[in-house]
Design a protein around this ligand. Sequence first.
Ligand SMILES: Cc1ncc(COP(=O)(O)O)c(C=O)c1O
Length: 423
Amino acid sequence: MQWLDIDKNIVWHPYSCLSSSDEPIFVKSTKGTNLYLEDGSVLIDGMSSWWSAIHGYNHPSITKAAKKQLENMPHIMFGGITHKNAIKLSSLLVDITGMDSVFLCDSGSVSVEVALKTALQYQQNKNKKTFVSFEYGYHGDTFGAMSLCDPTNSMHSIYGEFLTKNIFAPAPPLGFDSDISDSIDIFRKIIQKHYQTIAGVIIEPVVQGAGGMRIYNPKFLKEVRQICDEFDLVLIFDEIATGFGHTGKMFAYEWADVKPDILTIGKAMTAGYMTMASMLTTTKIAKGIKDSQAGVLMHGPTFMANPLSCAVAIKSIELLISSPWQKRVKDIEDIFTKELSNALKLTLVKTVRNIGAIGVIELKSDKYSKQIQNYCKNHGVWIRPFGKLIYAIVAYTIKKKDLVKIVQTMIGAIWHIENKGDI
Ligand SMILES: Cc1ncc(COP(=O)(O)O)c(C=O)c1O
């Protein structure tokens, strides 16, 4: 049997079923910002492996750090044991986030679960047990995380009965400079009504990612911070997608000059090499856990603080902070701004938006995403649109000509549908 037949029959892919008619692209290797396929073709990567490969693929110094660690100690349990890599990575994370303590876990969704457990334990003696999240939010695919995702535009209709009932506030309005007063008023009213039962609030700072690629005014975060302080709510910032420079700041909450009580990060933390994420807390929250009934945070995954992932994360962060990443991300932003504006001439396009290394075309209809993806693939570009959103999130090391090609190919695909019909 051919490889792709076996894949089709026995291998699950994200958000897919077995025997799907959607054939995946068959990647043989990666280098820089290119994907090399088994059939000999090459695609420029417009996805950076779902926001993670910020330095491009196969960076020599990350690979070297991983090899060295592999020979020394690929893994050791973390219960009752520690190692230099965990200590060094945690210290680096504390330095760059301004948070005070670090829980190293397996994936973004798990870090959200750990954040929820931490907030619940912190609020336990006050009997505060629900969370406020925002429409268009996305926080992961595990049950706690799913319960915080946009209730309409997510998996609530499938798993609804099994999901914890949280409260959803209207999303902040679109636009980095938009007037936020109405949505903050509504948010305040929701909190005033329910604060006695609310443990915390969770939000993706400045860009709501997978739930809508929505860029909003950072002032919204400042107001949310103030309301959480007023009503004794734990504020969780989910920077799994936005963190490590994607919006032009190391963490998007820096745009608002505020800090959360709990922070979740992942994806780019390990530069697309290994799976690892992290939940960070302030000293106040950590102390609250120590003083809680259990006295300890009840979470401890088998692969917690995996030394190999730590080695890769340390090297990736060192690389990032020693590179001119702000300039690189700004250059990417400028190219997106210039190139995306050409999409506005097309009738199928509703709007475009971009910030940092993120560029988005929103269509009026969601029915073209597969065609657009195929067109891009056939023209040397890898993207994975969802619904109406045709977007790219790129490595900071991408060459200007490759980024221009990504955007022009996305626009070319839409132009083609508009002017020539089916692709
Ligand atoms: C904001 C946000 N939170 C959580 C997650 C879940 O992370 P993971 O896919 O690593 O479980 C994602 C993934 O896209 C995300 O964008």
